[in-house]
Design a binder for this molecule. Structure first.
Ligand code: ADP
Ligand code: MG
Length: 240
């Protein structure tokens, strides 16, 4: 689904990504961890071309992101992204938040879009909130709406950038449950998170980044029991 080779991303003279290569296979769940500033967000954003890379290649579902013939709108439709901040439209209802892009980008009728939206709201346990405004919802509920809104575009790949980092502790579980459900359903996922329980349970592969590089990569069993890189050992000793 994703083939990134030797990506370099610089800000001024600083390398935020320093020759990062990563593949994500169809149906695979990859969890990316690492200290703050190690390039995790920059990597995820590059996959959606929200960030322009300076060197290297990225191919998403057969589409080369830097081939002038590639339609980036299509890439963005195929790649759903969920951020720490939910970014819902505050003056639109939950239902409208889910239908807007379906109607405008996917050219679905209002009825089609609403049916799809309601199915997804059921799935994240929020059908009863369809007519509410985001401001009336808890952070956990808003993030579940944001995930449903992403899913409404029928993405082939979902990228999550610290989806629970802005939430009160009691709301983290309900968002992780939605993500676990998605994982069981076979979605291809790349998730940046500090939730190590989620990583152990869901990840097929854990990637550890440090200073713009992938310095350790393996199964959760390997990563949590026998990391070899000093920075990974230090990180785990601090977080676990
Ligand atoms: P992470 O998500 O792992 O915390 P980021 O990918 O956000 O790390 O950032 C990696 C590095 O790139 C950090 O040192 C950050 O300060 C720097 N950086 C990120 N975005 C920008 C930007 N727009 N301008 C300058 N530096 C940036
Ligand atoms: Mg980040």
């Amino acid at each position: 689904m994703v083939e990134a080779k030797e990506i370099i991303k610089v800000y001024g003279s600083f390398r935020a990504l320093d020759r990062v290569s990563v593949d994500v296979y169809d149906g695979e769940k990859v969890v990316i961890i690492g200290p703050s500033g190690s390039g995790k967000s920059t990597l995820l954003r590059s996959i959606n071309r929200l960030e322009e890379i300076d060197r290297g290649t990225i191919v998403v579902d057969g589409m080369d992101l830097y081939d002038p013939k590639t339609d980036i709108t299509k890439v963005r439709e195929e790649v759903g992204m969920v951020f720490q901040s939910f970014n819902l439209f505050p003056h639109k209802t939950v239902l409208e938040n889910l239908t807007l892009a379906q109607i405008v980008v996917r050219k679905r009728t209002k009825q089609e879009a609403e049916e799809k939206a309601m199915t997804l709201l059921e799935r994240v346990g929020l059908a009863a909130k369809a007519k509410s405004y985001p401001g009336k919802l808890s952070g956990g509920q808003q993030q579940r709406v944001a995930i449903a809104r992403s899913l409404a575009m029928d993405p082939k790949l979902m990228l999550f950038d610290e989806p629970t980092s802005a939430l009160d502790p009691e709301m983290i579980g309900e968002v992780l449950d939605v993500m676990k459900d998605l994982a069981r359903d076979g979605m291809t996922m790349a998730v940046v998170t500090h939730e190590m329980g989620f990583a152990r349970e869901v990840a097929d592969r854990v990637i550890f980044m440090d200073a713009g590089r992938i310095v350790e990569e393996g199964t959760p069993e390997h990563f949590f029991t026998a990391p070899t890189h000093e920075r990974a050992k230090l990180f785990l000793s601090q977080i676990l």
